[in-house]
Write a protein that binds this ligand. Structure first.
Ligand code: GLY
Length: 352
């Protein structure tokens, strides 16, 4: 459901009045605690427990889960309690996971506060935390009881957060090839154009729902949503120490590099690559690698949980509105691609 500040509170109150939970536990991030929670009336109820997480993926650890569950137990949370997650994707993933396993499942309401979590993380029921250096490796498929997307929270976002959300919207547009694709042609519009954003977010949720409702547990067509993410996660991991390489920039570049790979393997044509480039590069900087990083990025691509026995599984865009998943490419072929497109660097000293 897409709402504004004046309706989000009444929707929350309605749900709480109908379900009468005996305890409300609010989970939020430092940023959402400061910027978004004050706009919600649940904030003013003094008997609600508020659990604050650090911003971003630092929250998605087993240590924070243990700490959170111990707070739940100290506050006598039980099966009639509800968790309200107010934050971006990390808060939703964490809260959804903790709620889905505590006492075998508590009610959970998502209030996504970022563009990325409104169009992606809040839909489709994936929950999870990172473990042993691998993203989302521990998790469940569990849908929230209610999702309230308040578009007025979008004005609290940084440029990087907007670009992260936009990368997923680009992905949906390229896969869908219909109304979303049409709507994204003009680039990122100002958030003051509320009707545009309400419509665009609605289209994105409907598109994602059309895929996840047919394949909730990602046995088949949900893999389409991995477009750009195999390469994107590899780039993100390669540059994990560089705060400028955000998830959005990595995924947008991932879509480009995967489409170039698809072209070289004969899965798509030059025209499709040009359309993809024109959507991405006016907005995002190009992220590449040098020849000293080829082996490392190759290994990082292999680490993805979707890969097996020296083969990397890709989703490729064939043309706008048509993609194919489960395309296996041998690691050796990827290394050749990585080597061919590595930026020229004379010596290792040049990059240090
Ligand atoms: N973000 C991809 C999915 O939910 O499957």
């Amino acid at each position: 459901m897409i709402v504004k500040t004046d309706t989000i509170n009444s929707r929350l109150e309605n749900w709480l009045n109908t379900h009468q939970p005996d305890k409300v536990v609010v989970v939020t991030s430092e940023s959402s605690f400061k910027l978004c929670l004050p706009k919600l009336s649940i904030h003013k109820k003094l008997d609600n427990v508020v659990y604050r997480l650090p911003d971003g993926d630092d929250a998605k650890t087993i240590e924070f889960c243990q700490d959170f569950w111990s707070v739940m137990m100290r506050n006598d949370a039980n099966r009639k309690s509800v968790i309200i997650a107010v934050g971006g994707g990390a808060v939703l993933d964490f809260s959804g996971f903790c709620a889905s396993v505590f006492m075998r499942g508590l009610a959970c309401i998502y209030v996504p506060t970022t563009l990325l979590s409104m169009v992606d993380g809040s839909e489709g029921g994936k929950t999870g935390i990172n473990f042993y250096g691998t993203k989302n490796i521990i998790g469940t498929f569990s849908e929230p009881n209610l999702v309230l997307r308040n578009i007025e929270f979008l004005t609290t976002l940084t440029k990087n957060e907007i670009f992260s959300g936009w990368a997923e919207i680009l992905k949906h547009g390229i896969l869908e090839g219909g109304e979303i694709f049409k709507q994204i042609q003009g680039g990122i519009k100002p958030f003051s154009d509320e009707d545009y954003w309400i419509n665009l977010i609605r289209l994105n949720i409907e598109f994602k729902k059309s895929i996840t409702s047919a394949d909730f547990k990602e046995k088949g067509q949900r893999k389409l949503l991995n477009l750009g993410h195999t390469f994107g996660h590899g780039l993100e991991a390669l540059f994990f120490e560089d705060p400028n390489i955000t998830h959005g920039k990595a995924v947008a570049n991932g879509i480009y590099w995967e489409t170039l790979l698809a072209l070289e393997l004969g899965f798509t044509n030059e025209e499709n690559l040009r359309i993809v480039e024109n959507l991405i590069f006016p907005l995002y900087p190009k992220i590449g690698w040098n020849k000293f990083q080829v082996e490392e990025i190759g290994n990082l691509l292999m680490h993805d949980k979707k890969n097996e026995n020296g083969w990397i599984h890709f989703t490729f865009s064939k043309q706008i509105g048509a993609a194919e998943y489960n395309i296996e490419v041998a690691k050796q072929r990827i290394l050749h691609f990585l080597d061919k497109h590595a930026e020229d660097v004379e010596s290792i000293e040049d990059i240090l």
